[in-house]
Structure formats: structure tokens, C-alpha cells
Design a binder for this molecule. Sequence first.
Ligand SMILES: N[C@@H](CCC(=O)N[C@@H](CS)C(=O)NCC(=O)O)C(=O)O
Length: 248
Amino acid sequence: MSRCPVQRGPATAQTLSLPFVLKGPVHANEATVTYVIFGDRSSGAFSTEAALAEAGVEYEFRRVSLRDNAQLEPEFLKVNPSGKMPALVLPGGEVLTESAAILFTVAERHPDAGLLPPPGSFARAEAYRWIVFLACEVYPMVEIADYPARFAPEGAEAEALRVKARERIRERLLIVERNVAGPWLLSSGFSAADIYVAMFTRWRDDLGAEWVAQNPIPKLTAIARGVSERPRIAPVWQRHFGHQTPAF
Ligand SMILES: N[C@@H](CCC(=O)N[C@@H](CS)C(=O)NCC(=O)O)C(=O)O
């Protein structure tokens, strides 16, 4: 299976230190003092957590197990009716979903973190372009690769669809690879787009070792390494992806 957060390695004390399941209901009108992230290890919730960590703000991570399909439990559906993670509860209690929208919002609420280039600049437009490209052209393919039986009859047809979805993911990541300014995705420097694309490079089952060997993605790999080494993100990276070998 290639679920984006598949538990590939042994659980460590670090990874299990997250609360295992929802601690209690969170409603849109419940006042919270810090951000609350709902997600699983190695999932799309990495991008939310990394952005908040980079911004240097407090947050709580509530673990929703994809392996146990907890995202489809009524309790989580109250948080995100589409049964997807990440979901973010803002300090005022409002619930926000969609990983790209969350990145834009965190960047806007914490401008000093420099998660996006200055408003109005072309660099900012490019950040929007690549984050939206990943959210709209790549992320939906992950659902097809992870849960093909949602889209085709179970068995050979679903498996064939999974293969096709993975091909699209690979082809589209190569488009991003060819557009990396270096060393970061944008010529203006580090941004939330780097956090986001680094996450997609970690979902190795979607890429496949053989494909990576034949289609090196050195620029995206360098971005992933750079993101993993940012002082505020490094512990987050370790919790989500540290179990992977080789790391890059
Ligand atoms: N459009 C959503 C996609 C999120 C998504 O597909 N997340 C995966 C985990 S990486 C998920 O929750 N999958 C569970 C499911 O589809 O049942 C976003 O960008 O936040």
C-alpha cells in the first residue's frame, strides 16, 4: 500500500509522542488558545506543521490514524466533512481545511516568517502557481493511488488505475523539477512552496525506487534536504519522515 502516511518503519518514542486519536470534539465555535492540527505522521499534515513550526508559533498535533481510517469516523468528519487531513483549528476556533489554503493562511497570519514572497510581487504569484499546481494536479492523484477502489471496480481495474495515477504523479513532479530556480523552488528564496513540494518527494511508494533511479530528481531532493535541515522544521521532519531509509 502506498498511503501517503503509510507506517513504513518502526514506531519510535518520538513519533508516538503525538496524541494517538482525537482527544475530544472540536467545534468551530470552541475557543482554542493555540493552533490545533489534525493529521497523521508522514501525511499532508506535515506541510501544516512545518509551516507553523517555521513561523515559530505554538500548536498542538492531534493524531488521526490513516491506517485505522480514523479520518472517516464521525468525530473527525465534524472537523473536516471531506474526511481528509490536514485540518487546522485556528486560535479563534475556526476550522480550516485544504493544505494549500492552510499554507497561504499561515503565511499571511505570520508574515515575519517569510513563508511567501512580498504581496504583489511576481515571486508571490509564482508561489501561488506551484503550490496550486501541487494541490490540484498532484495531490488528487495521491487519493487515486492510495484508494483506487474509490474510482474503479476493485481488482485489476483499480490496480491499473493506481499505476496510471502514479505515472501522473511522477510526470508532474518532473515538471516541478524542471522549474526549480535553485537552490529553492523560487528564485526569491525559501518559501512554503519548498515545504509543500518536499512533502510530495517523501511519498516514495508513489514514486518507486526504480523510477527514482531512472529519473533522478536532484533539485527536488536538494529542496527536501534543505527543508529537513531548517532548524525549526528539523524536529518536525524527523517525526514525520525520520523513519525512512534512505532519507533522501
Ligand atoms: N485536498 C486535500 C487532500 C488531502 C488528502 O488527500 N490527505 C490524505 C492524507 S495525505 C487523506 O486525508 N487521505 C484520507 C482519505 O482520502 O481517506 C488537501 O490538500 O488538504
